[in-house]
Design a protein around this ligand. Structure first.
Ligand SMILES: Nc1ncnc2c1ncn2[C@@H]1O[C@H](COP(=O)(O)OP(=O)(O)OP(=O)(O)O)[C@@H](O)[C@H]1O
Length: 149
């Protein structure tokens, strides 16, 4: 399993766990939020499939990222269920929130809060990217807290 570290705007020191429920979206709602999986909305690709930025705020008040299982993906139903099972119950600033999911007509889709600053890996690849030891320490502590949950 691969863990991504996202760059979050650390504005507060609130470190509480909130228990929540993950919503079940219809395929029609997902299609509408992605302009029917329009490739111009793709913001990333992983082992699960393509990740889209939603074109609307119909599914959630905040911006969202929509991950669609590619039928040719080596990951599948098992990982989908594990992700829903684990992430749906938790809200914590060190974890990307899973807002909802959709499992309809062979389409498996996960809906997350959007991390507009991208992953730490994205930033590390930039030639002009530099971090202080304090920033590195904060990133390590945030990642460790997320893993501990
Ligand atoms: N919530 C999100 N907000 C912003 N960008 C995201 C979000 N989720 C994924 N992405 C983008 O999509 C890319 C692929 O994400 P994904 O989580 O599927 O990758 P992966 O971890 O390599 O895949 P997997 O672990 O499923 O094999 C990420 O590198 C990131 O750029």
């Amino acid at each position: 399993m691969v863990f991504h570290v996202y760059v979050y705007a650390f504005g507060d020191n609130v470190d509480q766990i909130l228990w929540s429920r993950c919503q079940l979206f219809t395929l029609a709602e997902i299609q509408s939020a992605t302009n029917n999986f329009d490739d111009t909305l793709v913001i990333g690709r992983g082992g699960f499939g393509k990740v889209y930025k939603s074109s609307t705020n119909n599914l959630s008040e905040g911006e969202i990222a929509i991950k669609r299982l590619d039928p040719t993906s080596t990951q599948g139903a098992h990982e989908f269920e594990a992700e829903v099972e684990v992430l749906s119950k938790l809200r914590h600033r060190s974890l990307v929130s899973l807002i909802g999911h959709c499992n309809e007509e062979k389409e498996m889709v996960l809906v997350y809060e959007l991390m507009p600053n991208g992953t730490l890996a994205d930033h590390l690849r930039k030639p002009d990217f530099s971090l202080s030891w304090l920033q590195l320490l904060k990133i390590c502590i945030g990642a460790a807290k997320g893993l501990e949950l």
